[in-house]
Design a protein around this ligand. Sequence first.
Ligand SMILES: NC(=O)c1ccc[n+]([C@@H]2O[C@H](COP(=O)([O-])OP(=O)(O)OC[C@H]3O[C@@H](n4cnc5c(N)ncnc54)[C@H](O)[C@@H]3O)[C@@H](O)[C@H]2O)c1
Ligand SMILES: O=c1ccn([C@@H]2O[C@H](COP(=O)(O)OP(=O)(O)O[C@H]3O[C@H](CO)[C@@H](O)[C@H](O)[C@H]3O)[C@@H](O)[C@H]2O)c(=O)[nH]1
Length: 463
Amino acid sequence: MYKIAVAGTGYVGLVAGVCFAEKGHQVTCVDIDRNKVNVMKSGISPIYEEGLEELMQKNYAEGRLDYTIDYQSAYKDADAIFIGVGTPEQPDGSANLSYIATVARQIAESVEKDCLVVVKSTVPVGTNDKVEQFINDFLVNDVRVEVASNPEFLAQGSAVHDTLYAERVIIGTESKWAEELLMNIYEPFHLPIVSVNRRSAEMIKYASNDFLALKISYMNDIANLCELVGADIQDVARGMSFDERIGRKFLNAGIGYGGSCFPKDTKALEYIAKQNGYELKTVTAAINVNNEQKTLLYKKASKRLITFNGLKVAVLGLTFKPGTDDLREAASLENVPLLLEQGADIYAFDPVGAENFAKVYPEGKNGKGSITYVSSPEDALKNANVCFIFTEWGEVKAVTPETYKKLMRTSLVFDGRNIYKVDEMGEAGVEYHSVGRKVAIPTSKKEAKEFGHIDTDLQPVGY
Ligand SMILES: NC(=O)c1ccc[n+]([C@@H]2O[C@H](COP(=O)([O-])OP(=O)(O)OC[C@H]3O[C@@H](n4cnc5c(N)ncnc54)[C@H](O)[C@@H]3O)[C@@H](O)[C@H]2O)c1
Ligand SMILES: O=c1ccn([C@@H]2O[C@H](COP(=O)(O)OP(=O)(O)O[C@H]3O[C@H](CO)[C@@H](O)[C@H](O)[C@H]3O)[C@@H](O)[C@H]2O)c(=O)[nH]1
């Protein structure tokens, strides 16, 4: 059992701290946000992650887990201090390391015994070296502090599971002492450990995230071509997925990747490459494709409808992916303002993200348009002229094709997550646009007429 302190109680820090406690370590989670600390002490998780609150309550009650804003008391006698503070994107694409620097300074002022500082945050290659130098320059007491890299690979929405059952733990160290200490801390997890040097560990994190981002952008690029040549991206992805070298995962085309990691980590690696006189062409391509992809459906819908002024627009899903209340870089944040600017009356549904979204777009009049938050997809769809799907929540997937037809004024759907089978939507009488697939045109004559889909190209000669 080790005495562990964790700096930062976001997705990474809090989940790591709780899981270390669950595996028997004595953990103190530190945050600068007093409200957050009070909320956590009362047994409530400040973030939405399945299983997290239960583990917080259990480990707190059993005395292995605590929360504080008093960093000095938490750091002074810790065996290891894990850093999980943010490294957000700066306007030039580089990572902002000021939060890391503040924690490093706080550690240097506080530690009273030898300890290992472990950087879990995603940081540019070489940052661990700088953090070690910085802490040692500012150390108040005569102790030994070494820094190790231990990048995090959890995905939001499955953070606890991804930590307890991680496919691998990467540790980057520069001494046997640091390597052994980290191995021992992770020993109760019984997970595969990959031990490398610090710079390689830092690079593994960016290389992994950017590879996944690239995979998504590649599929989106192919999807756009599929539409032009009459192929179906889902069938194409299925066909590709049998090849183990390609794999089954992250082949879903849609309206691009969002979240707090892929967008920032692609730009950060592009920046690191530039700084080193290298042009990382593949990653730049992934970024460019993603930027275009996010508003692809809005552009298609604009062509189809000419204007959104005065239209009732149902928006299903606001978060960047299901299972989280996080809105960072969500497609909804790019599309909703465009719709509002055009005077749309939006009825938005999201099972957990609406509260956060309302902080940016409060309910009621917003510029030329308006936004109303509703508690079910059906409430959003009632009498709507058009529907956009931005997040594939279970509640959204449960809406049947017939429901769109029954509830909407005109059943016109733009699906950014390819939830439905194209033919089923057409058969239900819905005009359905998705990504990388053909457009479903209502199959009955009556609806085809309503939507202006009588195909004049096929008129026999002479008519
Ligand atoms: N979110 C993810 O899914 C994920 C996954 C892997 C890696 N990462 C990386 O991990 C890092 C953290 O990401 P996150 O999403 O958990 O961040 P976050 O923004 O959710 O949380 C950061 C927390 O740190 C706190 N903080 C700031 N300064 C502090 C200080 N001096 N002392 C103590 N606490 C302080 C903030 O109040 C906040 O609660 C980033 O580098 C990110 O790229 C994130
Ligand atoms: O086939 C796919 C898979 C994902 N996405 C999108 O990609 C984004 C990111 O999804 P996901 O990777 O599931 O979520 P994150 O929580 O952002 O997790 C990523 O970013 C984390 C932060 O670095 C890493 O730790 C994780 O390993 C990595 O998956 C979301 O907008 C998804 O909709 C697609 O468009 N198509």
